[in-house]
Write a protein that binds this ligand. Structure first.
Ligand SMILES: *Cc1c(COP(=O)(O)O)cnc(C)c1O
Length: 366
């Protein structure tokens, strides 16, 4: 680990050296927004630092309840439940809703927390090739009535590839086979869709996904996560999700900060437009120097697959020497032979940040 000092914006101080950050998930530039910090400070001066207990004991404060209501309203679901992190949300929720008599269909590139949740649940797990809906359909058909409950679990936006799961097709297949749908929207919440409501909005299937999990530590700029869905689902999780029950509530000032962040997400849609235009600009510049990136033209996660993990590490180091921090992602985060630079775009990047990165990539790779 390297210690960094993060201000607002995208410039980091790392080991005394200035680097431009192209590796974080702060897509909307909210992590350093002073309005959000002020909301936290305000709550801290009038309240407690810690919640001091689990939610079910005496940890639930007005800010937590208000935030859950706001998240449900934002996502257009009946209810929402906060978790300390996305990792906790996924392991707790999957384990609560699937068990020994159930089956989970999981995309091959699902996030580690979804994999761990599926393992903890003790359900049968079937992994289908990445976004291969025909393979998923065959698996569902082959299982016929062999299980009590069927749960299809996918990332809305895949964290290392940046591609978007075709949720309309997924919903149709799930209906046909009476399966539940579970979407991890960690990289979509706040960003995808005209209103930032996530991959369901983007794909036109709002209200049709059974379980939506989203995180608050990426585009929303604070920390924590939520699961949203029906009232019945949320009440059930309050009583059954172990990573919710047996953990201390997060500081109420964080909930206050997140409320402010969500209000900015809703009221400043131009951030999403700027993010997309930055992504398009970076990808166009990369094409000019002869490097194609995976994903949509305006996708804000920009992977350049290099293959070998040693080469990826050394390219990442050379870029850092040149003043640009990008993800150098290797197995087990990505499959063998698919090590890559994972570049993430933020609204806080300007054209000269992007031009500088592209020149550095050209110098290092060519
Ligand atoms: C980051 C991430 C998580 C974990 O969320 P945390 O709040 O960081 O624990 C879960 N799923 C996906 C797809 C992620 O990218």
């Amino acid at each position: 680990m390297r210690t960094v000092t993060r201000g607002d914006g995208v410039e980091l101080l790392q080991d005394g050296r200035r680097v431009v950050d192209f590796s974080s998930n702060d897509y909307l530039g909210l992590a350093g927004d002073p309005r959000i910090a002020r909301a936290a400070v305000q709550a801290l001066t009038t309240g407690s630092t810690g919640a001091a207990a689990a939610r079910l004991i005496s940890g639930t404060q007005a800010a937590h309840v208000e935030l859950e209501r706001e998240i449900a309203r934002f996502k257009g679901t009946e209810a929402a439940l906060l978790f300390p992190s996305g990792y906790a949300a996924n392991i707790g929720t999957i384990q609560a809703i699937a068990g020994r008599r159930d089956v989970i269909y999981a995309d091959q590139l699902n996030h580690a927390s979804l994999i761990d949740g599926a393992r903890l649940s003790r359900a049968e797990v079937r992994v289908f090739p990445h976004m291969d809906l025909a393979a998923l359909r065959m698996m569902l058909a082959a299982d016929a009535n062999a299980f009590r409950r069927r749960l299809i679990v996918v990332d809305g936006v895949f964290s290392m590839d940046g591609d978007i799961f075709p949720l309309a097709e997924l919903v149709a297949i799930a209906r046909e086979f009476s399966a539940w749908t579970y979407v991890d929207d960690a990289h979509a919440s706040g960003v995808l869709g005209v209103n930032g409501r996530g991959s369901a909005e983007h794909c036109g299937v709002e209200g049709e996904i059974d379980v939506i999990m989203g995180t608050l530590g990426k585009a929303v700029g604070t920390i924590g996560a939520f699961v949203c869905g029906s009232n019945v689902l949320i009440e059930y999780l309050m009583n059954r999700a172990r990573s919710f029950i047996f953990t201390t509530a997060s500081p109420p000032a964080l909930a206050a900060a997140t409320l402010e962040a969500l209000s900015i997400v809703g009221s400043e849609p131009e951030r999403r437009t700027m993010l997309r235009s930055n992504a398009r600009y970076l990808r166009a510049r990369l094409r000019e120097i002869g490097h194609s990136s995976m994903g949509e033209d305006d996708g804000y996660i920009v992977p350049i697959v290099l293959g070998e993990s040693d080469r990826t590490t050394s390219v990442g180091n050379a870029l850092r020497e040149a003043g640009y921090l990008v993800g150098a992602v290797r197995p087990p985060t990505v499959p063998m032979g698919q090590s890559r630079l994972r570049i993430t775009v933020s609204v806080s990047h300007n054209a000269s940040h992007i031009d500088g990165l592209v020149s550095a990539i050209a110098a290092v790779l060519n």
